[in-house]
Ligand binder design. Structure first.
Ligand code: GLU
Length: 162
């Protein structure tokens, strides 16, 4: 089962905090892990396959970030498939627990509107949907719209720098 850990606040060392948080979720089981933090106009990301126990992070200091330990359901256990997943301009990052049962249908319509995908996961559709929904909504509304488009049992955490 996956784990999600996020931080927003005054501390600059969110990468370290999130890594420590993910380590406390190790017992849930996972095959890979990753962290995204806000860094200027873009999200900075670190993803790894395998054990997190002795891991250290090289991400830049930041006051906001999200992390994930993955238990793969859709797409192999690879660095590319590890979460967080991003939109093309790296302003949105998503971590996800669950299965987006209608991801193939959503992916097909996103590809038709020129969204390029880099992973095999069901999760990546969420980053692209949030990006699309942000075109005519504020962040909270875009998230609600996105979530209502997902079929299945899901929990998501989204970092948005737009
Ligand atoms: N279905 C997603 C994936 O395969 C999330 C799995 C999980 O809950 O860790 O990446």
């Amino acid at each position: 089962m996956c784990g999600i850990f996020a931080y927003v606040g005054n501390r600059q060392d969110s990468p370290k905090l999130i890594l420590e948080g993910l380590k406390t979720l190790e017992y849930r089981g996972y095959d890979s892990w990753g962290i995204a933090v806000g860094s200027g106009d873009e999200v900075a990301v670190e993803k790894k396959v395998g054990k997190i126990g002795d891991a250290e992070t090289t991400l830049p200091n930041s006051t906001i970030g999200i992390g994930h330990t993955r238990w793969a359901t859709h797409g192999g256990v690879t660095q590319l498939n590890a979460h967080p997943h991003l939109n093309a301009d790296k302003t949105i990052a998503v971590v996800h627990n669950g299965i987006v049962e209608n991801y193939q249908e959503l992916k097909a319509s996103l590809i038709a509107t020129v969204h390029a995908f880099v992973s095999e996961t069901d999760t990546e559709v969420i980053a692209h949907l949030v990006e699309d929904n942000l075109k005519d909504s504020d962040f909270k509304t875009a998230l609600c719209k996105t979530f209502s488009m997902l079929v299945g049992s899901n929990a998501i955490c989204v970092l948005n720098l737009k």
